[in-house]
Design a protein around this ligand. Sequence first.
Ligand code: C2E
Ligand code: MG
Ligand code: MG
Length: 287
Amino acid sequence: RAKHQGRNACRFHSETINALAFERLALENALRHALEREEFVLHYQPIFSTRTGKVAAVEALIRWQHPEIGVVMPNQFLPLAEETGLIAPIGQAALEAACKQARAWIDQGLTDIHVNVNLSARQLHTPDIEEKVASALEAAGLPPGVLQLEVPESCVTDKGHDSSALFARINALGVNIAIDDFGSGYSSFAFLRRLPTNSLKIDQGFVRNSATEVEDAEIITAIIAVARGLHLTVVAPGIETQGQFAALSRYECDQVQGFLFAHPMPAAEMTAYLRRGDIPPCLVPRE
Ligand code: C2E
Ligand code: MG
Ligand code: MG
């Protein structure tokens, strides 16, 4: 009996592995098709200036509009895209689309627009990344100062790559780089000081707990102090509640982003939003 169960357990195990392998392969194929069929779309989420309450920039966030499944979120397909290298063409298509959208907004008179585009580790460490960025700008006819790249802290601390030199080459194009998910990696302040960047986005995990966990609030205080010292802009993303915002206000972030103010939205909705020039109620400046 034990033997019998053992054999079943073993068969079950190999079936699971086959199913997983199949799923991975199916997903990989589906991603290739999605790219050909142009099923990837960008949504945009505003980032607000805490001083004026106005939109300082919008962050482009990729979604996969699958014909049968519907909207697939990046966390469900980007890890495999990163592993298989498909992130290169998918990420490049997103970068190009965001640049074209920014150009369209400028052409419609929304001339204050700034667009942030996320880069993955693998994209950043492509040998010709600065040429890829330059070609996206050129194809869209976009002034480089309109674009900012968001690079996760985890991929700039990678010892095998010289991020400072890489950042400098991208900066030379006139494109700024923000460090995303800051505080989740292991950057030393000495390293940060040498890195040509002008803005830090605090890791959402600290923001999530800022209203309830003393330690997280302390980390935010420390991050802001360092950023101030290095003359960097500080962005607090992932603000969902008044409590989190209240906790953060005390630390004086330059910019805020989160569901409390506005969710990511399709381009057409973002256009209407920018045209209205809404200031979220809790960001209206006090006299
Ligand atoms: P990220 O750059 O850290 O983006 C922030 C994520 O938080 C987004 O998730 C956004 O929708 C979500 N978010 C915004 N406000 C709130 C809030 O108040 N509460 C909570 N809980 N979440 C909020 P999303 O859109 O699922 O994107 C996930 C990640 O996928 C991004 O993290 C980024 O690393 C990556 N990604 C997205 N678009 C692209 C792209 O075009 N290229 C590359 N390489 N990566 C991308
Ligand atoms: Mg980001
Ligand atoms: Mg993040």
